[in-house]
Ligand binder design. Structure first.
Ligand SMILES: Cc1ncc(COP(=O)(O)O)c(C=O)c1O
Length: 396
């Protein structure tokens, strides 16, 4: 049976040259991106400073509108922010932790960068963090998260899909519980948007952030922040800047927050990154996110099957409904094996505690899945991981 999504391979030049299985880290570049960047360069060259008024200032929202349909948001509800750490900092800084609502519920498997900000800033803002532990390093028991959310909870700030294991958190149950006790939810959806359907309205989430560089094939420098209209109407970040002002070009002494999503912006937006970010989300929308998810479930299941047949340790959830787009294989000498694959143009990554992460995407062929597992086999058999392990830790 032919896979209609393979037609999209033509959009991604790198898949002709490599076995590209690392969309969990950096999605392949769409072939339209150089034209977009040329557009940016031409505008800068021809219009000079006038380019700002010809659309550049609007780009955090106009590019956000490209993402909005992929998360069930309406136009004008998503702003582009340089990275998720900054987006989460804005969220954290918008809340008041007094009056007995001083708790932020997280998990111990959330992305470290986000945890560093929360751990570092929360106490200064008068909040305390409750990080729900994991029993197995792969997932977090939903009931434990629900039990941690109570009348003291101001914010639940968790990953939608855990970065190491691709474990899908039960965001619907967590949002429901948060609503029951009057707490807000901020989802870090870096590992869900672009590889599975996400619906901010159905979830009733207050904030949702993610980036375009992985599953959305939009390159670095483009992250996005959805804020519910209710939260935008009632909250404003103290981590802010002139682009959040209602009249940024008034250069007024006092802050007056814009009444819309732009109140979540801060300083000058990274325009080249925003040009680069446009193509990927459009292609994902054309492919159809339901189709992308169906293929991802099928291909990650196939990877697990291939790994099981060889007795490799799989650190990804086995239940399809709990498994995101990545399969991690904790094979012996995983670091060295991953380097040997990279040296042979089979592109994967390695994470301590997870092993070799393999992230097929809608442009991945089934033959590529066989290839990567066969190659892992070969590297282990021939011990060609050895020179890479020997060099580990040295500057390369
Ligand atoms: C779940 C998750 N959150 C956040 C980040 C990083 O966010 P940023 O570098 O955009 O601040 C990553 C990066 O891999 C991630 O996987």
């Amino acid at each position: 049976m032919t896979d209609p999504l393979l037609a999209f391979r033509a959009e991604f030049p790198i898949v002709d040259r490599t076995t590209y299985l690392v969309s969990n880290s950096l999605g392949a570049m769409p072939r339209g991106v150089p034209d977009r960047l040329a557009e940016y360069v031409d505008q800068w060259a021809d219009l000079g400073v006038r380019a700002w008024a010809k659309g550049w200032w609007e780009m955090p929202v106009s590019v956000g509108n490209e993402i909005a349909p992929l998360i069930g948001a309406r136009p004008g509800e998503v702003a582009m922010i340089p990275n998720v750490t900054i987006a989460q900092t804005a969220v954290l800084s918008a809340l008041d932790y007094s009056g007995g609502r001083d708790t932020i519920v997280m998990t111990e498997l959330d992305f470290p960068s986000v945890r560093y900000v929360y751990d570092g800033l929360a106490t200064r803002l008068g909040a305390r963090i409750v990080a729900v532990p994991s029993d197995n390093g792969i997932g977090i028991d939903t009931q434990r998260v629900l039990d941690a959310i109570d009348e003291r909870t101001k914010l639940v700030a968790i990953s939608h899909v855990l970065f190491r294991s691709a474990f899908i958190m039960d965001a619907a149950a967590i949002c429901r519980r948060a609503r029951e006790v009057g707490a807000l939810v901020s989802l870090d959806a870096f590992h869900s948007v672009g590889v599975m359907p996400v619906d901010v309205k159905a979830l009733g989430v207050d904030f949702l952030s993610g980036g375009v560089l992985k599953w959305l094939c939009g390159g670095p420098g483009g992250a996005f922040l959805y804020v519910s209209p209710e939260a935008t109407a009632s909250l404003a970040p103290s981590f802010t800047g002139w682009q959040a002002h209602e009249r940024p070009f008034g250069f007024e002494e006092e802050m007056q927050y814009a009444p819309n999503i732009t109140r979540w912006l801060n300083g000058t937006p990274p325009i080249p990154s925003l040009f680069a970010a446009i193509e990927g989300p459009r292609i994902v929308r054309r492919a159809g996110i339901e189709n992308v998810r169906a293929k991802s479930v099928r291909q990650t299941a196939r990877l697990i099957e291939l790994a099981d047949a060889r007795g490799y340790e799989v650190t990804a959830p086995r239940a399809a409904e709990q498994r995101g787009g990545t399969v991690a294989l904790d094979v012996p000498h995983a670091y060295g094996v991953a380097q040997a694959l990279l040296a042979n143009d089979v592109i994967v990554d390695y994470r301590p505690g997870a092993g070799i992460r393999i992230g097929p995407h809608f442009y991945t062929s089934d033959a590529e899945l066989e290839r990567v597992v066969d190659m892992i086999d070969g590297v282990l058999r021939e011990e060609s991981w050895k020179p890479f392990e020997a060099k580990r830790g040295t500057v390369t």
